[in-house]
Design a protein around this ligand. Structure first.
Ligand code: NDP
Length: 239
């Protein structure tokens, strides 16, 4: 049984990824920041379905707190599957974007990637097997009005993942990004109504978190051993 950490496991896409990885037989560490109760509920669902999991909470922007939490988790053994899924958006047209909006979004997605991934890399390397999947966004590929901060942070994840994939390839560790389009979670509540989704998405519907989770679980499996350094879109034919 491999140990998997899913950051933002308390959120919509993260919870679906946690349940999928648990169903695939992994021990899943369901991470939350503010919503530990939601992570506990995901663990309860996993255990009720016969799987194995535990909940943990820390702020991925807090390097010291993240390092302390990861050190404690690593005492039970290496984490071989890492899904960097925690993310926020704070949208504004660029002339009106505050420094705080820029910093907060870059902090969670990009600095969070470093803070979580770097301490886990050496223990993963020693096992000669690993999977890292960064959840980015279509905005990181095409850009999006009002999301200069978010699209910059997500595109930076693509580049970071490609470089890391090169460094880790000889040790059977793959690093990929999954770039979703519009997925039905709390994050898009109030942003897109049904009409907007019909206009924007050729398939005329939002994706489901479980659809993203299936792709992530494939990339985290042995079957995806030769896929690394890629950005894989899942967006109902938006691009
Ligand atoms: P949610 O808002 O449902 O979940 C976001 C998650 O990120 C929560 O678990 C939250 O934890 C966690 N998080 C936020 N800030 C921090 C922090 N400082 N430290 C640690 N964890 C934090 O979003 P989604 O499930 O929709 O999104 C998941 C990922 O998918 C994100 O990276 C998002 O950018 C990406 N994405 C989503 C799309 C969509 O349409 N929904 C489209 C494209 C990409 P908590 O609640 O416990 O505080």
């Amino acid at each position: 049984m491999k140990r998997a950490l899913v950051t933002g496991g308390s959120g919509g896409i993260g919870a679906a990824i946690c349940k999928r990885l648990a169903a695939d037989g992994h021990h899943v560490i369901v991470h939350a920041n503010r919503s530990l109760g939601k992570a506990d509920a995901v663990v309860a669902e996993i255990v009720a379905a016969g799987g194995s999991g535990e909940a943990v909470s820390f702020d991925v922007t807090d390097r010291a707190a993240t390092a302390a939490a990861l050190t404690a988790l690593l005492e039970a053994g290496p984490i071989q599957i890492l899904i960097n899924n925690a993310g926020i958006h704070s949208d504004a047209v660029f002339p009106g974007m505050s420094g705080e909006q820029w910093d907060s979004v870059v902090d969670v997605s990009l600095n969070g990637f470093f803070n979580v991934t770097q301490p886990l890399t050496m223990p993963m390397l020693r096992t000669r097997w690993g999977r890292i999947v960064n959840i980015s966004s279509i905005a990181g590929i095409t850009g999006n009005r009002g999301q200069v901060n978010y699209s910059a942070a997500k595109a930076a994840l693509h580049a970071a993942g490609k470089s890391l994939a090169l460094e880790l390839a000889s040790r059977n560790i793959t690093v990929n990004a999954v770039a979703p389009g519009i997925i039905a979670t709390d994050m898009i509540e109030g942003t897109f109504d049904a009409d907007a989704i019909k206009k924007l998405v050729p398939m005329q519907r939002a994706g489901q978190p479980e659809e993203v989770a299936d792709l992530v679980a494939f990339l985290a499996s042995d079957r995806a051993a030769y896929i690394s350094g890629q950005v894989i879109s899942i967006n109902g034919a938006m691009i």
